[in-house]
Ligand binder design. Structure first.
Ligand code: ADP
Ligand code: MN
Ligand code: MN
Ligand code: MN
Length: 333
């Protein structure tokens, strides 16, 4: 029987791209090949020369439709088959390849906020919930909103075969997190984009929207990040490489911060478990540092580091490319 492939790609919306998708019906036994779309409707091409190419880079079972249906993540190419300017995956894949011998892996913690009628889910219309405190990892209908969506999303990620490693309710009411990893670049970015698409798509069925805005509510409410946990083989085996990586990130702090998601300065204020975006720091157990070395890693004298700076709306291809470039080049010396 014929089956459906949902082609998913990243558009050219600025400053934060959106996900787009469309359905192709394929004959039984046919594999999804290259396809095209109207780039003038996605900020990726002028109307007079509107065709863009999408090339499959990652496939998995479609947990929503089931059966033989598939999700197909694509990269965007120009018609001469070179990467489109909005294609950040190509550079990530090249850097991953260059430093493959160091075996870099990432676990990314994706925070996000459910929205209903423009307000975070569960927030009284025209008012505010009680102050933060009971919501993080909470239980009970007075604290938790959207758990049914979270459960459906987690099941879907598992059925799709993604490396989802956990979920939790976050500090602000209506805010949640899931983690993807640990896996290497660019696959961690591929799986993150599929997981984001599934989240938007599943929340649709609950008539709820999702935002990855890094500071959806101004004021004394936590922002949303994408803490990026990173290690190489050497870091997993010893302490000195952990420090080398932390120091290397300090030498490139500005380049990293400006590529860690639009509005990073709205979130990294120095309050709400963040370090100010203008300063770089690292430390064991320090959730007020730019980069945290987990307590257990300090104990074991080996393991991984957590870059706490990336925003929830970051591009995981760009974040992981920069971390590999900066840390693996220093570790190679
Ligand atoms: P936090 O305590 O900061 O909330 P989480 O449990 O949410 O931490 O996320 C930790 C992430 O780190 C997970 O995605 C996990 O897969 C990832 N991780 C664990 N070990 C490593 C490692 N050696 N290298 C890279 N990532 C790792
Ligand atoms: Mn976490
Ligand atoms: Mn978190
Ligand atoms: Mn974290």
């Amino acid at each position: 029987m014929a089956y459906r492939a949902e082609y998913i790609w990243i558009d050219g919306t600025e400053p934060t791209p959106l996900l787009r998708s469309k359905t192709k019906v394929l004959e039984d036994g046919d594999t999804p090949g290259i396809w095209g779309f109207d780039g003038s409707s996605t900020n990726q091409a002028p109307g007079k020369n509107s065709d863009c190419v999408i090339r499959p880079v990652f496939e998995c079972p479609d947990p929503i439709r089931g059966g033989n249906d598939k999700l197909v993540l694509c990269e965007v190419l120009l018609t001469d088959m070179t990467p489109h300017p909005t294609n950040t995956r190509a550079a990530c894949a090249a850097v991953g390849e260059k430093y493959a011998d160091q075996e870099p892996i990432f676990g990314i913690e994706q925070e996000y906020t459910f929205l209903k009628e423009g307000r975070p889910l569960g927030w009284p219309s025209g008012g505010f919930p009680g102050p933060q405190g009971p919501y993080y990892c909470g239980v009970g209908a007075d604290e938790i909103w959207g758990r049914d969506i979270v459960e459906a999303h987690t099941t879907a990620c598992m059925e799709a075969g993604l490396h989802i490693s956990g979920t939790n309710a976050e500090v602000m009411m209506g805010q949640w997190e899931f983690q993807i990893g640990p896996i290497g670049p660019p696959q961690v970015g591929d799986e993150m984009y599929i997981a984001r698409w599934l989240l938007y798509r599943i929340a649709e069925d609950f008539d709820v929207a999702v935002t990855i805005d890094p500071k959806p509510m101004p004021g004394d409410w936590n922002g949303a990040g994408a803490h990026t946990n990173f290690s190489t083989k050497a870091m997993r085996e010893g302490w000195d490489p952990i420090i080398t990586a932390c120091e290397a990130l300090g030498t490139k702090a500005e380049e990293h911060i400006t590529n860690y998601g639009a509005g990073v300065e709205r979130r990294l204020t120095g309050l709400h478990e963040t370090a100010p975006w203008t300063e770089y720091s690292y430390g064991v157990s320090d959730r007020g540092a730019s980069v945290r070395i987990p307590w257990q890693v300090g104990q074991d004298q080996k393991g991984y580091i957590e870059d706490r700076r990336p925003n929830s709306n970051c591009d995981p291809y760009t974040v992981t490319r920069l971390i590999v470039e900066t840390c693996c080049s220093a570790l190679a010396e």
